[in-house]
Write a protein that binds this ligand. Structure first.
Ligand code: 5GP
Length: 112
């Protein structure tokens, strides 16, 4: 099912894009929860992490690699958190797999 992230991938709605390659897109969250709040998404529309299949293993690794690359490029001082909300009860609101990258303020643990 198409979500608004598909529209962002297809440039049908605007987003502040930080990075793009054949497999992934990174853009700023519209409602940031930290001074830096990015969303790292696959272009393939996987609804959530638990829907990924074995054939997606490389793609999932790629997303993690992109997260590290972007953090390095932005000089985040090696201090950031990656989160994926899997399912509505875990706080997921957009059903296109995404990693949240949060940085720029102290981050509490455990998260809420
Ligand atoms: P979730 O709640 O599914 O883990 O995260 C979805 C995220 O997408 C939220 O942090 C929300 O602020 C962000 N978001 C929702 N709609 C848009 C949009 O149109 N543009 C951007 N850049 N982010 C969005």
């Amino acid at each position: 099912m198409e979500t608004l992230f598909t529209k962002i991938i297809n440039k049908e709605i605007p987003a502040d894009i930080i990075f793009e390659d054949d497999l992934s897109l990174v853009f700023k969250d519209i409602n940031p929860q930290a001074p830096t709040h990015l969303l790292i998404i696959p272009k393939k529309p996987i609804p959530k992490l638990s829907d990924a299949s074995e054939e997606d293993k490389e793609l999932l690794g790629h997303l993690m690699w992109v997260a590290g690359e972007v953090a390095r490029d932005l000089g985040l001082d090696e201090t950031f958190r990656l989160v994926t909300n899997n399912g509505a009860k875990a706080g997921q609101s957009v059903f296109h797999l995404h990693l949240h990258l949060l940085s720029g303020r102290p981050l509490q643990w455990p998260p809420g």
